[in-house]
Design a protein around this ligand. Structure first.
Ligand code: ZN
Ligand code: ZN
Length: 270
């Protein structure tokens, strides 16, 4: 074979391979089938024991992700789906095997007491435009927003310097921070939270946190979303709800959707 012909065949093979791996996305946005498997297992769309060589299982998992996000259910790892899987999001899983899935929102257990204390352990080293007092205020507002629709809930702050324990404990943490759910640096997962009666809420300290701007990760949305988990709410497949797992960017007027309200009122009846 002539050298130019070999080079030509190699370039064709490479092009096909890249197309398969990234679904035609521009360079720099490489997302492999292996990444998709990792995603499906991490967020509950595939069981750990599922066969990674089964195309049927793979397509079914793609369909489940597409359905939850409200996208077209093609079963193909197409550009739209790859973009979805690369969207910054909450680290909590979307699907739990044993949960009753007849409702649009999913629920954990409520707190046995509705008078809840909270504590913020630290602040991120750098933000786009957030001050420490700004972070305090956003957390306070997030708690208050849930309490508007669940008026039996009340929250009181415990200072980070106090030795008193709080029920809901918030902190900024990086990478592996000792709870088995490592963060991943800038982008990707933004935060995670544990349900009652754990109440830990962790924000990825490597994000560029912001408020009232399109730049960076909007702390207002992430705080109210994660506090929703700490109060007992799971992810919702309703796009536009606070408990939708994907980060959908800065919104000027952050309010609970009907789905969020139905969820919090089921946990804490009015
Ligand atoms: Zn979440
Ligand atoms: Zn954590």
């Amino acid at each position: 074979m002539k050298p130019w012909m070999a080079a030509y065949l190699i370039s064709i093979a490479t092009a096909c391979c890249i197309f398969f791996l990234v679904g035609g996305l521009p360079a720099g946005k490489r997302f492999t089938k292996k990444d998709a498997y990792r995603y499906f297992k991490k967020f509950g769309y595939m069981k750990m024991s599922d066969d990674e060589n089964s195309n049927v299982t793979f397509r079914r998992s793609v369909e489940k992700v597409q359905k939850f996000a409200g996208a077209n259910q093609t079963g193909d790892l197409n550009d739209e789906t790859i973009n979805l899987l690369m969207t910054p999001r909450c680290q909590n899983p979307d699907v739990f095997e044993k949960k009753n899935r007849t409702k649009r929102f999913l629920l954990a257990e409520p707190w046995p007491s509705t008078n809840l204390t909270y504590k913020l352990a630290n602040y991120p080293n750098k933000t786009i435009n957030l001050t420490n007092s700004g972070i305090d205020k956003i957390i306070r507002n997030s708690l208050a927003t849930w309490a508007i629709y669940a008026p039996k809930l009340s929250f009181s702050l415990i200072s980070s310097t106090s030795s008193r324990k709080a029920v809901i404990n918030l902190k900024f943490a990086r990478l592996d921070h000792g709870d088995g759910s490592s963060f991943d640096g800038p982008g990707g997962v933004l935060a995670h939270a544990f349900y009652p009666t754990d109440g830990e809420v962790h924000f990825d300290a490597d994000e560029s946190w912001s408020t009232a701007t399109n730049s960076g990760a909007n702390f207002d949305w992430v705080a109210i979303h994660e506090i929703g988990h700490a109060l007992g709410l799971d992810h919702s497949s309703v796009k536009g709800s606070i408990m939708y797992p994907y980060y959908t960017g800065f919104k000027a007027n952050l309010t609970l959707s009907l789905d969020d309200i139905a969820g919090i009122q089921e946990l804490y009846p009015v």
